[in-house]
Design a binder for this molecule. Structure first.
Ligand code: GSH
Length: 214
């Protein structure tokens, strides 16, 4: 399959509006100016565990995209797919071995400490999921300290320009305070968030109702 500028019909994004995993995909679709329709999956009612959704993603999680007859679950896999298929500039997922490895390194961080830290802390406060909040906050603080040091003297995670690595880390970092994780001690992280928010066609993630945040 070769890369092309536009899908022949809008991409279908199965998502939840308060999911950072879904938002990173929605953000990239917007930055690439790709046509898409968002389909809200009612997680509270268990729609993600219904047979028709499990046929799209056997792990029963959002996000999933359908692009013509191609179905891709998993936010980071979707970022890789969209960059490989539609980013004709090649800047979002560079092909040279070192840059490609750097991007993959951050995608692994997004699936590891970002999910177990800021995202997990927010699951406790916003959704009432019975996880260990103190441990999630510790993981988040350690991650943010490391990322803050990494971003000192760098504009973006892998260098001077944004890649899908930055998008994978953005949503749950920006919304970490909803999980009781402060961004105050991390000035380089806050400056990096602002740089992403200044990208043309940036779209924010919805904030939960105030009463939902502890
Ligand atoms: N590795 C997956 C994680 C996705 C994920 O955790 N999705 C959450 C919403 S943010 C979900 O669907 N949770 C429902 C469940 O796991 O049952 C990805 O990157 O897409």
């Amino acid at each position: 399959m070769t890369s092309s500028a536009m899908p022949s019909k809008p991409i279908r994004l199965y998502r939840h509006a308060l999911s950072g995993h879904s938002h990173r995909v929605e953000l990239f679709l917007s930055l690439l100016r790709l046509p898409f329709v968002a389909i809200d999956v009612d997680l509270a009612k268990g729609a993600h565990k219904a047979p028709e959704f499990l046929a799209k993603n056997p792990f029963g999680q959002v996000p999933v995209i359908e692009d013509g007859d191609v179905t891709v679950p998993d936010s980071n896999a979707i970022l890789v797919y969209l960059a490989s298929r539609y980013d004709t500039s090649g800047r979002w997922l560079p092909a040279d071995p070192i840059s490609a490895a750097r991007v993959q390194q951050w995608l692994a961080i997004a699936a590891g400490p970002l999910a177990n830290g800021p995202a997990a802390a927010r699951l406790v406060t916003v959704f009432g999921v019975p996880l260990d909040h103190a441990r999630a906050k510790d993981v988040a603080a350690q991650l943010l300290k490391t990322v803050d040091a990494h971003l000192s003297g760098r504009l973006f995670l892998t260098g001077d320009g944004p890649t899908i690595a930055d998008l994978a880390l953005y949503s749950y970092t920006a919304h970490a305070p909803e999980g009781g994780v402060s961004l105050e001690p991390f000035p380089h992280v806050r400056a990096w968030l602002s740089r992403i928010e200044a990208l043309p066609h940036f779209v924010p993630m919805r904030r939960p109702p105030a009463k939902a945040v502890a």
